[in-house]
Design a binder for this molecule. Sequence first.
Ligand SMILES: *Cc1c(COP(=O)(O)O)cnc(C)c1O
Length: 404
Amino acid sequence: MSTASSSNSSQHHIMGVYNRAPLAFERGRGARLFSTTGEEYLDCVAGIATCGLGHAHPVLVDALKTQGEKLWHVSNIYTIPEQEVLADKLCAATFADVVFFTNSGTEAIECALKAARRYHAVAGNPERIDIIGFDGSFHGRSYAAVNASGNAGYLDGFGPRLPGFVQLPFGDFDALKAAIGPTTAGVIIEPVQGEGGARALTEAQLVELRQITRDAGVLLIFDEVQSGMGRTGKLFAHEWADGAEPDIMCVAKALGGGFPVGACLATHEGAKGMTPGTHGSTYGGNPLAMAVGTAAFDAINTPELLDNVKTVAGYFTQQLNGLKDRFPDVVLDIRGKGLLIGIKLASNNREFMGLARDQQLLVAGGGDNCVRLLPPLNLTLAEAQEAVAKLEKTCEVVRAQAAA
Ligand SMILES: *Cc1c(COP(=O)(O)O)cnc(C)c1O
């Protein structure tokens, strides 16, 4: 077809589902992105918390090149030793006993929800199908994922809501206790909401959630697609609380450092319904993804990198709260955990993102009129300082515009 008449000529043949910024990049290095028009940006988006080690990290580039010359893809009808390497590492570092590899976060969610229903089905309780989710959550874009998050904007026009999904207010555990019943299969929640605007559960809430679900005999699923892989200064955000291990956990984004890899982790018990033939993926866990994922995991799961996250996050928290004090007319709240930071704004967050771009700073949007800072986990303090200075300038511009 050549009848499209968009004013943006280069987008003729791209399905129009994104609200894109008028900006394209040709290369990146660490926390720097270089645009096709030759400008340099400080990247506090990192592919939405995905390039955890920044752009073109030499260890990842090397892993990609080395494996790229050996073997990319064979199919899960064969044994894939590269999967066992990464699965061993993930299980050694977490509550999990087994891993299913995917290409994205949404697919990890699909696996988790299917595992939760199968768990009850094989125990003789096939009526237990309900998945309880929370307002403001984001679990991806498949039918199951949009029904689990319940965001009307993602459900509208796609036919009837799927049966077996329940939504509650974020963090309302009285409502949760009341909602769990004989048809409940599991509860899904992000320990720190990402797209919803960087809202974090407290450590006490994480523990309470574990207790409620355990007592009720339903599965607890943590969606750590955004909050995991070092983002909060622990390998996974739920580790901030003692005794809050889930039955199932979804991981993706930074797991591949920018290469598409996701994973659904579970205990033996949580995965007991997932027997041969119940699930699968053509690409999931291919040798190329596993090689890059293993290199990213080894680089992220170090005390040095996790300490860096805590240090840089501490600096941001202090400085951003200072900005909030100096610009109470612009900044309403600083929230989040680690380097998953939300800045709630008084004026439109999309406009703020554009004004930050004018300062050569990239920040992400978020729910509740937030912008999010999701920089690479190896961001230096000097780079964090630069980001704060650019945010301060942006706040000045916002203030001046409001006064004009
Ligand atoms: C990004 C994200 C997803 C979906 O991951 P995709 O790779 O886009 O499918 C799911 N859950 C959370 C918390 C996310 O941030």
